[in-house]
Design a protein around this ligand. Structure first.
Ligand SMILES: [Zn+2]
Ligand SMILES: [Zn+2]
Length: 340
């Protein structure tokens, strides 16, 4: 089959022909129809991860049809349209046993340590496939497992609830998806970013307000929308220390700040100790996503409560994959999906 493989940090993916995967007991062979390019893929290509060793087929936003099921698999059958939850956990370590599978000591991500979706076929554990909501295209479905599930994890970690005002830091795909998820939760979404084009885009995608992160009066603007208190929660999708520090200053007392998702971000964050103590703000992170969260999103789409369409700006074919990443790097598209 044709596939795009990561070989080494800083190099483009290499198009290769590799053997088709062989179905195993408890696994499902998925014929990939749509495969989304994620900002994380690009950043991993630039920075690598200690556990990511080339050559490996990348790609973790996958939707397709079931080509074969292994012995013992009864949840799906050949021809079913499915999307793929990318996190594989061990089920036996301490964190899996206490129900925190996304912190698994032995986690592997499809498209990072396991062969992923930049290929014609991908072999995944049966527990990682879920049926595509009826009427949804494979391309739109491919955005659910990361594009929507990552901000959904952030929203869960921030305990966003009805009536909340949420500051979303970063208006790439995750930030735009977060606007919709905030609205679904009954919350108001204020987007901040350092790029005017992305701010305009955020408004087009329904942000209740959009402000430049470096605006002198940013805190005043957020306070004026919140009766002088500040935001109930902030979700950072940039992983940039300065933006995280800024977000912390936009919170009300008792506000929650969640940092999530981005690969290749390291180092300390500068949050005011007085604000932590006398403001009792809560600062936390979010790691990957849980299968239950992807499943909940699938059900929300299925019942018509959540719209995941309209976020794909560019469609390409596999041989154009490095051009697709160049587009993402130049920050032009909302998202890029490969039609396999
Ligand atoms: Zn585990
Ligand atoms: Zn992703």
């Amino acid at each position: 089959m044709d596939a795009a493989l990561f070989y080494e940090v800083g190099k483009p993916l290499r198009l290769d022909t590799v053997p088709d995967p062989e179905v195993q007991p408890g696994t499902v062979l998925v014929k990939v129809i749509s495969s989304g390019l994620c900002d994380t893929d690009y950043r991993l290509m630039q920075t690598g991860l200690p556990m990511m060793e080339g050559p490996i087929i990348m790609g973790h936003q996958i939707a397709g049809s079931v080509a074969k099921v292994g012995p013992g698999v009864e949840t799906v059958e050949r021809g079913d349209s499915v999307l793929v939850h990318f996190l594989v956990h061990c089920g036996t370590c301490y964190y899996c046993q206490i129900g925190r599978e996304n912190l698994c000591e032995n986690w592997q991500a499809i498209g990072v340590q396991r062969p992923g979706g930049f290929a014609q076929f991908v072999l995944v554990p049966a527990g990682n496939v879920m049926k595509v909501p009826s009427g949804l295209s494979h391309a739109d479905a491919s955005l659910i497992p990361c594009g929507f599930a990552t901000p959904y994890r952030a929203i869960n970690r921030a305990h966003v609830g009805m009536g909340d005002t949420v500051v979303i830091v970063g208006a790439r795909l995750w930030g735009l998806a977060a606007i919709r998820l905030c609205h679904l939760a009954g919350a108001r979404a204020i987007v901040v970013d350092d790029d005017e084009r992305r701010l305009t885009r955020a408004q087009q995608y329904g942000a209740d307000a959009a402000f430049h992160v470096k605006a002198d009066d940013l805190a005043d603007r957020v306070q004026s929308l919140t009766a002088g208190r500040g935001a109930d929660a902030a979700l950072d999708f940039t992983g940039e220390a300065e933006a995280i520090a800024t977000a912390s200053q936009l919170l009300r007392k008792g506000g929650r700040l969640v940092v999530i998702g981005r690969a290749g971000c390291f180092g300390p964050v500068n949050v005011d100790i007085l604000q932590l103590m006398f403001g009792e703000i809560e600062l936390t992170g979010g790691c990957l996503v849980r299968g239950s969260e992807v499943r909940q999103l699938v059900e929300l789409v299925e019942r018509g409560a959540l719209d995941v369409t309209g976020l794909i700006s560019d469609r390409i074919v596999l041989p154009e994959i490095n051009d697709g990443f160049a587009m993402l790097a130049a920050d032009r598209p909302v998202s890029v999906v490969i039609d396999m």
